[in-house]
Ligand binder design. Structure first.
Ligand code: SAH
Ligand code: SF4
Ligand code: F3S
Length: 479
């Protein structure tokens, strides 16, 4: 198969952050009409790994595909277009993708028109792309996180030329408003407020795969939120790798606190945001969260480590002390606040004492939820070059110990919920019991209860009867 290379990734270009104003580009859909004539009524299959940024990208791609007459299927063998939307944040995320492509590649033999595409963060890494292209000659389209607006012309080219197409440009990136999106959910939605990341934590691949920090126009975000409210949405989550850096690249005189306040005032019943970096979490933001009852009293505040040497080596820009001071201010100003976090265990050369500082910060803060990871070296990041003297066995032991500490506090918090009544936004029915429904409290606790279909997408009152570590059992009160 011939390969048409439009662009290939380059880590140096991906890391470039020349001071330049954010570029806004109109969405121009080259070859849309031609593709529509070609594929109308055909089916697509899409599988997304990774974070909410990828989930939101999937919704954009689905919106584009359905607009030219593609129908979604959950059976890859029925599809004439298969898209695997990948994540590169840790090695195990990548391993799953190798497995899935291995299972799908034979479909190319059965259908000569099949477009088998890999996109997302994995292909933004030059060495991974090379490995994928060598291993899976069946894959005939690779495109990056900056190429979503070109989806029509890329798919059309593969279909009509029968060549393999590679389009992955490493660049700071633009803001392109692509509508309509085909949302995965009818009552809760993610709304991008900004893209990319400029923090360059030394272990992290995201700044290389997603480009520079760039914000959408204030009015564009508000318009999207208003549309969701008009369509009956109950919950909006404002999305970005660092939402609290919002607006720094624009000269609109607005920051994330202003944006959150404006969205809260539109009257969405539940407003959330993720992720916020402790480094630019302002007092103004805390005040806005405290002031508006429809901003959920839940903050995801990744700490990564409780030790200053490790935090510095990670490039996190805060100390244990300043993180604790931030949490203190949050808890003082926001009664009932629930905090969750991300923690990395086994950063290169982390000592027992340094790891112990992570345990003590966990014991001090008593998070209500946490995501824990064993450090995974990402090629091209500064941390991956550090010679590491900690064995995987030690890292695994530390990981288990950390989880024990976290669970003790999460369980204790869950117990305090028993007997109380909470607002729960109902998500859906259990796979194993058709009478059991589930949903999340304002503090993001998962609750199971007896319900019925009419409750889905609504906020109901649930009294908690029983607590488990990661979920609650309750009963609906007052209908
Ligand atoms: N922008 C967000 C989330 C980034 S990725 C933030 O800064 O909080 C989500 C989490 O993955 C990170 O918080 C970190 O805990 C974890 N992570 C990122 N790179 C990793 C790596 N190389 N190894 C292990 N965990 C990693
Ligand atoms: Fe990665 Fe750090 Fe950016 Fe989060 S802030 S995406 S951990 S570089
Ligand atoms: Fe993964 Fe890319 Fe998100 S690396 S965590 S999908 S930004």
């Amino acid at each position: 198969m011939k390969t048409k290379i439009i662009n290939t990734p380059d880590m140096l270009k991906a890391a470039s952050r020349k001071k330049s104003a954010t570029v806004f580009m109109p969405a121009t859909f080259d070859k849309k009409d031609q593709l529509e004539t070609l594929v109308k009524g055909e089916k697509y299959y899409i599988h997304t790994y990774g974070c909410q940024a990828n989930v939101r990208d999937e919704e954009t791609m689905r919106g584009l595909l359905e607009d030219v007459g593609y129908k979604q299927t959950d059976k890859p063998e029925e599809a004439s277009l298969i898209i695997i939307n990948t994540c590169a944040v840790r090695e195990n995320a990548e391993d799953k993708v190798y497995g899935e492509i291995g299972n799908l590649k034979h479909l190319r033999k059965k259908n000569k028109d099949l477009v088998l595409a890999i996109c997302g963060c994995m292909v933004e890494q030059p060495e991974i792309l090379k490995k994928l292209m060598e291993t899976f000659t069946e894959v005939n389209l690779y495109f990056g996180t900056h190429e979503i607006a070109q989806l029509y012309s890329l798919v059309y080219d593969v279909r009509t030329t029968k060549e393999r197409v590679v389009a992955i440009e490493s660049k700071p990136g633009e803001v392109i408003e692509i509508t309509p999106a085909c949302r995965n959910n009818t009552y809760k939605a993610y709304v991008n407020v900004m893209y990319g990341c400029d923090k360059f934590c030394t272990y992290c691949i995201v700044p290389y795969t997603r480009g520079k920090e760039r914000s959408r126009h204030f009015e564009d975000v508000l318009r999207e939120c208003q549309e969701l409210i008009d369509n009956g949405y109950q919950e909006i989550t404002l999305l970005g790798q660092n939402v609290n850096a919002y607006g720094k690249d624009l000269d609109e005189g607005k920051d994330f606190a202003d944006l959150m306040e404006a969205v809260a005032k539109l009257g969405i019943p539940r407003l959330r945001f993720t992720t916020s970096h402790p480094w630019d979490f302002s007092s103004k933001m805390i005040d806005v969260i405290a002031k508006y009852p429809n901003i959920m009293k839940f903050i995801h505040l990744p700490v990564q480590s409780g030790n200053d040497r490790v935090l510095k080596a990670m490039g996190r820009r805060y100390t244990r002390e300043s993180y604790l001071a931030l949490v203190k201010e949050m808890r003082e100003k926001i009664p009932g606040l629930a905090l969750s976090t991300d923690i990395i265990v086994g950063f290169p050369n982390e000592t027992d004492e340094e790891f112990n500082d992570t345990l003590t910060i966990v014991d001090e803060i008593k998070y209500e939820a946490a995501f824990t990871f064993i450090y995974s070296p990402r090629k091209g990041t500064p941390a991956a070059k550090i010679a590491d003297n900690v064995s995987y066995e030690t890292k695994s032991k530390r990981f288990m110990e950390l989880v024990k500490h976290l669970e003790k506090h999460i369980e204790a918090h869950s117990k305090t919920m028993v007997g109380k009544t909470y607002d729960v936004l109902v998500d859906g029915v259990s796979k194993t019991d058709k009478d059991m429904y589930s949903g999340y409290t304002e503090e993001n606790k998962l609750v199971h209860f007896k319900g019925n279909e009419s409750m889905i997408g609504k906020i109901v009152k649930v009294k908690i009867n029983e607590s488990h570590t990661y979920s609650m059992m309750g009963e609906v009160v007052n209908g």
